[in-house]
Each structure stands twice: as structure tokens, then as C-alpha cells.
Write a protein of this length. Structure first.
Length: 364
């Protein structure tokens, strides 16, 4: 998708759940720039600071604070807004948090999806609906090749399993209802995303940024786990592509893996090395004034709960269906995180401008 393709969304009524989160904030910024009529439905921003607040997004969309577990309120919003496109991102997205609160995780990720699907079912204006899940929906056998869309769904931990259930809920609504309606419905199973403005706990790049800003050593709890890392604009690009193309042609709807190329599936230790190199670029470690500013990391496993060691996606289907390929490789993605973070430190009132500059560069 390029800048001209984004013009499809001009004037379209787009409802985004989870819009106050990291990915949701970037998605809203893209849609605002494209001229869409954006309604966001979500809880208050999940972190403090938050990208949503720093970019001033609430003032530029129809910002609604609501819980996707509140079906009555959700139905009222759908009735009032009459969206044409629905992008469902709202979730409890942290693996470790799901061990602390499994019930809340299932309520949000499973029943929240049921509520969204039901609201879509009862709103004839909706022509395109995308449920965003995760690469962790698959039964993970820790094998060395990427999972395909026809592999068994059976996430291990409460978060991953709840997103597997979210997929199954969507599949059931497609078979039971949507196939007989004038609507196209897809799910997108995305890998790990990085980018400027992510302040979530228990995520490696936000941990790196926090440590670097404080000139502290970065603590890495599992440097040998392999993940499909990509810049946040990569999955948002294909989400919008799917939403656009299935709006025009219902046969494009399906279940899609969204991830980077194989060479960008790297270990946590590798991505931290890349971050340190990018952050330290320009630091003269031979200069006593600068020497203490060099960022380093250390391996300190904290004995936390089970998380997958190896996870990779096969994205052949989405590539062939939409003629899609990633734009930025992992090195470029890390560089953009550092660029964003350093500009935010120097010019905290320019966050929205930095987002727009990165969006313009990506979609050119």
C-alpha cells in the first residue's frame, strides 16, 4: 500500500477498537492522515506515558472510552456511528499479565470478540471487518519452520490461548452468519511489533528504551528466544490492505499470517545488540564525558512463567494474495525506534510530527 492507496479511506467511517494502545495509536494517526472518519472505542490508555496522549489523538477523532466487555454500550456506539470498516485491536496483550489475571484475559479476549462479532452482525453498514489476533495462536511445537494458517490453533498460556479462542469465535460467526451477509471478514495473526511510543511493560524494546533513557544496563530475561520482529507500520499496512481489498472483493477475505521475512526472525539478544548499536551510534566511548553513555545489556533470567522459545510464521498466503512484502527490515525498524525515542527526549511536543514523518517515509 502506498500514499495513493490510502486515499481509499478518505471519508470512510472506520471504527477501531483498542485505539488508545500502541498499535491503535499508530493506526489512528495513519487513518487521520488519510482523511477517514475515525471512531475509537477503548479503555483509557494502558500506560503512562502513552503514545495516544503524547500525540494528541483524542482531539482529532471520535474518541469513546468503553470496555469491549460492555456489550450494551458497544451496541449503542455501533448504532450511532454506523461504521463501514471495523478494525478490532482491543485485547489484553501481555503474556505475563495473563498468568496474573487469566479470567480477565479470557473475558477481554474471548467475550470481547464475541461482543464485537455480534455488534458487526447487527450493523448492516459494516462491509469490512478485521479481527487482529497474534502469531501465538498456534500450537507451538518449537520447530524451525514457520507456521501456516492451516496449523492447529492451541496457544499455551492464557493470553495465547484466549487469542486462539478469539480466532475460533470469528470463524464460527463467519460460518453461522457472515457468509450469508454482505460483509467480508478476516483475521490477521501478527508477530512481535516494535516502534516508537511503545511503553508497555515486559516488552524488550520498551525495556531497552527505558534503560537507555536512564543510562542503565538493559536486563534481558531470555536472550535466546526467537521472534518475528517487525516495525509497527508493517502489520498496520497489511491490516489496511486487507480491509480495503476485501471491502472491494469479498473473495479476498481469509485468515492471514502477518510477519517479517525469515532473516528478520532474530533472537532477543540479537535485537538488543542492534538497539545498543543504534543508540550508541555517535557516542565516543574513548571520551570520558561520553564513555558512561554507552548502553549495554546483561542476561538475567528471572525464572518467570513459560514463554515460547522459537516462533516463526509462514507469510506466503498474504504475500501472494495481496502482492505484499515488508518495507523495512529489522535494522531499519530498530533505527526508527531510536530516532523516535531520541527526538521525543529532545522535543516532547513533536511526537505527532515524528509519527507523520515516519508514516510518510514508510508509505512513499
Amino acid at each position: 500500500m502506498n500514499k495513493e492507496d490510502l486515499e481509499f479511506f478518505k471519508g470512510k467511517r472506520v471504527l477501531v477498537t483498542g485505539h488508545t494502545g500502541f498499535k491503535g495509536s499508530w493506526l489512528c494517526q495513519i487513518l487521520i492522515g488519510a482523511g477517514a472518519e475515525v471512531t475509537g472505542y477503548s479503555l483509557e490508555p494502558p500506560t503512562n506515558p502513552s503514545l495516544f496522549n503524547e500525540a494528541g489523538i483524542a482531539d482529532r477523532i471520535n474518541h469513546i472510552v468503553g470496555d469491549i466487555r460492555d456489550r450494551e454500550k458497544l451496541m449503542r456506539v455501533f448504532k450511532e456511528v454506523q461504521p463501514e470498516i471495523v478494525l478490532h485491536l482491543a485485547a489484553q496483550p501481555i503474556v505475563r499479565e495473563s498468568y496474573k489475571d487469566p479470567v480477565g484475559t479470557y473475558e477481554t479476549n474471548v467475550m470481547g470478540t464475541v461482543n464485537i462479532c455480534e455488534a458487526v452482525r447487527q450493523t448492516p453498514s459494516v462491509k469490512s471487518f478485521l479481527n487482529v489476533t497474534t502469531d501465538k495462536v498456534y500450537k507451538n511445537n518449537e520447530w524451525c519452520w514457520g507456521y501456516r494458517e492451516n496449523e492447529p490453533l492451541d496457544g499455551y498460556d492464557p493470553y495465547s490461548n484466549s487469542k486462539s479462542c478469539s480466532e475460533l469465535v470469528t470463524h464460527s460467526y463467519i460460518n453461522s452468519f457472515y457468509n450469508d451477509m454482505d460483509i467480508a471478514v478476516s483475521t490477521a495473526r501478527a508477530g512481535n511489533v516494535i516502534g516508537g511510543g511503545d511503553y508497555a511493560p515486559d516488552r524488550i524494546i520498551p525495556d531497552c528504551v527505558r534503560a537507555a533513557e536512564k543510562n542503565e544496563v538493559i536486563i534481558v530475561r531470555n536472550p535466546y528466544s526467537t521472534r518475528p520482529y517487525q516495525h509497527v507500520l508493517e502489520p498496520l499496512n497489511i491490516y489496511l490492505t486487507i480491509a480495503k481489498e476485501q471491502y472491494k472483493d469479498k473473495t479476498k477475505a481469509g485468515f492471514y499470517n502477518v510477519g517479517p521475512d525469515d532473516y528478520d526472525c532474530v533472537t532477543t539478544g540479537d535485537i538488543v545488540d542492534k538497539f545498543c548499536a543504534a543508540w550508541n551510534n555517535g557516542t565516543d566511548v574513548s571520551n570520558p564525558t561520553d564513555a558512561g553513555k554507552k548502553i549495554t545489556w546483561e542476561n538475567k533470567h528471572d525464572g518467570g512463567p513459560h514463554e515460547a522459545n522459537f516462533l516463526k510464521l509462514d507469510c506466503s498466503l498474504v504475500k501472494s494474495t495481496f502482492d505484499w512484502n515488508p518495507v523495512w527490515n529489522i535494522d531499519k525498524a530498530v533505527e526508527m525506534v531510536v530516532q523516535f525515542s531520541k527526538r521525543r527526549l529532545a522535543e516532547p511536543d513533536k511526537v505527532a510530527e515524528e509519527m507523520d514523518a515516519e508514516i510518510a517515509e514508510f508509505f512513499k
